[in-house]
Design a protein around this ligand. Sequence first.
Ligand code: NDP
Length: 332
Amino acid sequence: MMKNLKWGLIGASRIGAEWIIPAIRSTPGNEIVAVQGGDALRVSDYARNHSIANAFTSVEELLAADLDAVYISNTNEKHAPCAIAALNAGKHVLGEKPMATSLDEAKAMVALAHEKGLTLAINHHLRGMNSHRKLRDLVESGALGELVAVRAMFGVLLPQANRGWRTESAVAGAGVFFDLTVHDADSLHFILGEKFKRVATFTSNNGVSAEGIEDGVAIVAQTASGLTVQITESFAVEHAKTSLELHGTTASVFAEGVLLQSPGGKLELSIQGERQEIKIEHENAYPRVIAAFATAAQGKGRPLVSGEDGLASLQFAIAARQAAETHQVVEI
Ligand code: NDP
């Protein structure tokens, strides 16, 4: 019999309210006992609105409470310091993406989790989508033959409510690389079963992000086996659905609307240009993130996305950014 996992939330965020609080509460054996937010009034409102018993303004106070695990979803630059403080306080950590805004911090998080024997996981929830699992199965089983080309398009019109720090604050890790590139890197690492080795990038600003911060990214990358992948990411695409295309020697697969928070989208297998829909039973991915994390924290499995996985996706995003800044191909 597993003991209940008591969670504290670091960051009184929208993702917490919309997805993670319900996911924790719908997973047997998990409960939320506290939340931390920087502003006293806002965090106490958040706690009341979400029926959380304790609200704190400092991370130290929250970590002193009777907790087993924390979920970190404040602005990007705070993820690593909060994770390091939580691991040092003996708590398991589920961190939001990007896991950190520097590789040194991310590596320190992974090393500390190992040293303390604690679970560190990153919320790249897309691995938990049945659409992504199907794509991975198609690659792994050889149903597509040998892959010859891959494209990903994570373009959205960023809702006004999601702008602010995400589009304006360089300090908070604003821009596409830390918001979308990390997700695409993790999805593609998962689906392709291998990691990227080199990357070239161009960026653009189409008026959604503040001056000097990208809101569009075009990436060409190559995996360890030499597969070439094109990735388009944008906060300024209003009239399209997100998509993934995997093209193999036996078949292609077109996946549309599969890169969002909500489960859904459509997969079509194409042979000689004839498309046939692959039926997917869509499921909310966030409870899967929580269930796998809780099992790992009890010493019985691995999280959906480990600290090492998060580090690999961050490494790719930082290399892609460096490629754009230097106009060079960057080896990873
Ligand atoms: P929010 O903007 O809702 O919250 C982030 C922080 O901003 C909060 O922790 C809070 O700081 C501060 N904040 C929020 N609203 C207000 C307000 N009205 N007034 C003052 N401060 C406010 O962020 P998101 O939920 O969009 O994203 C949080 C993290 O989660 C990000 O790192 C993002 O990358 C990640 N994310 C991940 C997703 C996924 O599917 N894996 C999806 C969406 C986001 P404080 O805590 O100090 O009060």
